[in-house]
Design a protein around this ligand. Structure first.
Ligand code: 0RA
Length: 633
């Protein structure tokens, strides 16, 4: 038996562990969601979350993360250190078990509030299985230990490599390029995640350094979720400060909630369970919403501020930025992407806690309470006005028999699934597009000038704007909370603007409108940016369109000496045939699909780009230059 082990033959337990790692390598998506950039970054989250768990359990206060020059990542924490020493039951070192056995974590670690939902909490062993090489260094019991692995298989036994006065764990891993489509880590993606983690764990300090560039950040927020809300509102105008902060526990559910109202109209409520972002909400959000509506109505009535009317949920959430962070043992997640909390106990815990604590807060802070109730009343009034405006538009469109805007050149196909709507900047480019299009399935709506910036407009004023009314009627799905993608008249909405500053601005105004007023259109992938060429390279009768500088250089080379390059300044410089060939023909065109992967970042993007404050806008554009240019956050 022992002899077999020394020769590298495997006993029963090792075979079970090996089978587990094999399963991970065979179906990585099952464990980390995907093998694209998202899955790659998930490896880092996985290791960092383990360190954060140690912080949450009170054993650590620091997690250091490095992207190394060779492309590997090192995560170091000052927690207890992964246990080391022979495990009698398994006949194997505990460290090796934690790193190679899919289910070992729970056997050693009893922390029931740990990050353990959805795709999270799968453990360091999954990271190990998906890494070309991994080194684990543990400092505990006055000593330093090390074990190294290749694709999850130990190179040898756990070694004692020295003494140490500290405790903690250091994991360095090289993601396996045979598994991942890309193995290049993105600073901004990780930075954003660590910032959020630090807001949600105010005890933690997360130091992050990119050794490829020298960039670094230290994230530590004594103010926790309250500071998180202030950060989210940094380019909005809060109507009270500090945020309303409510923290406490009910039935084993710990709650950490902060709310701050702004003078705007958008609601941005982000919820987390055991620090896992739940973009689709769930029971905790249901409890939060119910309690918010009830408590504000109750206070409004008892204080006399609210007479004869009842505020709806959407009224009390207008202009609200909030963080709802709860911690509970063994949360159950639902939905395809496990983005929604299903545990019913959370609903009652949050609602009873909120009802009590928010009512208490209002009694102690009547000035803030009055602001909140008045804000809700103004939202109710504006909702009533918007409904009247909508009804009027609807009635008008029915009465005006043709109902569609006069400027719209519709397509003849009636099946929305096959139809495309091009929204074109300027009447002249609109004219070329009308002539160049395939009228069977392509409709053209020319835009005159700039549309209203909906980021700053009262919701009931949005439909006063003729261009927006035309857009709404042409698209057909409605507007605001009632927007319905089942009713849209085109499967693809293509924004076609000049490749200059004005064009970018119009594109951003349109995206703001779609994100704020027709969000499902964006979320379900119906919105595209047309990509007209930047250059025409020609010699005699030969011509090549180039969509970037690289292609232009290549085309010049191809056509040889005497090649001419003309830079397109706007869509208007192309004749209808050229516009069709380069930008509209599905066989040859390039289009960029707008994807909103992270709602928190998207809210920031729109409020900062379209809001009043110049300084955060400048900082944000500098920081997020590439996202702003691509507009696909
Ligand atoms: C199992 C048990 C204990 C700690 C850990 C795992 C642990 C894992 C990781 C992964 C990264 N950093 C970590 N820190 C700790 C508890 C050990 C004990 O009771 O002393």
């Amino acid at each position: 038996m022992d002899g077999d082990k020394e020769q590298g033959l495997y006993d029963a337990d090792s075979i079970v562990a090996l089978k587990g790692l094999e399963a991970v390598r065979k179906r990585p998506g099952m464990y980390i969601g995907s093998t694209d950039a998202r899955g790659l970054h998930h490896l880092v989250y996985e290791v960092v979350d383990n360190g954060i768990d140690e912080v949450m359990a009170g054993y650590a206060d620091r997690v250091n993360v490095y992207i190394n020059e060779d492309g590997s990542v090192t995560v170091n924490d000052d927690g207890r250190g992964i246990p080391v020493g022979m495990n009698k039951e398994e006949g194997k070192d505990a460290l090796e078990m934690c790193l190679t056995d899919l289910h070992a974590g729970g056997k050693f670690n009893q922390n029931s509030y740990k990050v353990s939902g959805g795709l999270h909490g799968v453990g360091v062993s999954v990271v190990n299985a998906l890494s070309k090489r991994l080194t684990a260094i543990v400092e505990r019991d006055g000593k330093m230990f090390r074990q190294t692995y290749k694709i999850g298989i130990p190179d040898g036994p756990v070694e004692l490599i020295g003494d140490s006065e500290n405790t903690g764990t250091t994991i360095t891993f090289y993601p396996d390029g045979d598994i991942f489509e890309t193995v290049v880590f993105d600073y901004e993606i990780l930075q954003n995640r660590f910032r959020n983690q630090a807001f949600l764990n105010k005890e933690a300090t997360i130091y992050f350094e990119d050794k490829r560039t020298g960039k670094s950040d230290t994230f530590h927020y004594d103010g926790g979720v309250s500071e998180f809300v202030q950060y989210l509102n940094r380019s909005k105008k809060a109507i009270h400060d500090p945020p309303i902060a409510l923290a406490g526990e009910r039935n084993g559910v710990m709650m950490d909630i902060a709310l701050q109202y702004t003078d705007g109209y958008n609601e941005e409520i982000d919820s987390f369970v055991n620090t896992i972002y739940t973009p689709e909400g769930g029971t905790h959000m249901t409890g939060f919403r119910a309690a918010l509506t009830k408590t504000i109505n109750d206070y409004g009535k008892s204080s006399g501020l609210l007479k004869d009317t009842t505020l709806e949920g959407s009224d009390v959430r207008e202009g609200l930025t909030a963080i709802v962070s709860i911690r509970m043992p063994e949360p159950q997640f639902e939905g395809q992407t496990k983005a929604k909390l299903g545990s019913s106990i959370a609903q009652k815990a949050v609602s009873t806690f909120m009802n009590e604590k928010l009512a208490e807060y209002f009694l102690e802070n009547p000035a803030v309470a009055a602001l909140v109730v008045r804000k809700g009343i103004s939202a109710l009034e504006s909702r009533e006005a918007a409904r009247k405006a909508r009804d009027a538009t609807r009635r008008k469109s029915v009465l005006e028999s043709t109902s569609l805007p006069g400027k719209l050149a519709d397509c003849s196909e009636k099946d929305p699934a096959k139809c495309e709507l091009y929204i074109v900047e300027g009447e002249s480019a609109g004219g070329s597009a009308k002539q160049g299009r395939d009228r069977m399935f392509q409709a053209i709506l020319p835009l005159r000038g700039k549309i209203l910036n909906v980021e700053k407009a009262r919701p009931d004023k949005v439909l006063d704007n003729e261009e927006i009314r035309n857009l709404m009627i042409a698209i057909g799905g409605g507007i605001g909370k009632e927007f319905d993608t089942d009713k849209i008249r085109y499967n693809s909405i293509v924004i076609m603007t000049d490749a200059d500053v004005d064009g970018a601005h119009i594109g951003t105004l349109l995206l703001t409108l779609f994100y704020r007023q027709m969000r499902p259109l964006v979320e379900k992938g119906h919105v595209f940016l047309a990509m007209p060429p930047l250059y025409r390279v020609y010699k005699g009768k030969k011509e090549i369109y180039a969509y970037n500088d690289e292609e232009m250089a290549k085309a010049v080379e191809e056509l040889g000496t005497g090649a001419n390059v003309s830079r397109y300044k706007g869509l208007g410089e192309m004749n209808p045939q050229q516009l069709w060939d380069t930008t509209m023909n599905p066989e040859s065109r390039m289009m960029k699909k707008i994807e909103i992967q992270d709602a928190i970042i998207a809210d920031q993007l729109f409020s900062i780009l379209m809001g009043d404050d110049v300084e955060p806008r400048r900082d944000f554009i500098i920081e997020h230059a590439h996202e702003v240019i691509n507009l696909d956050v």
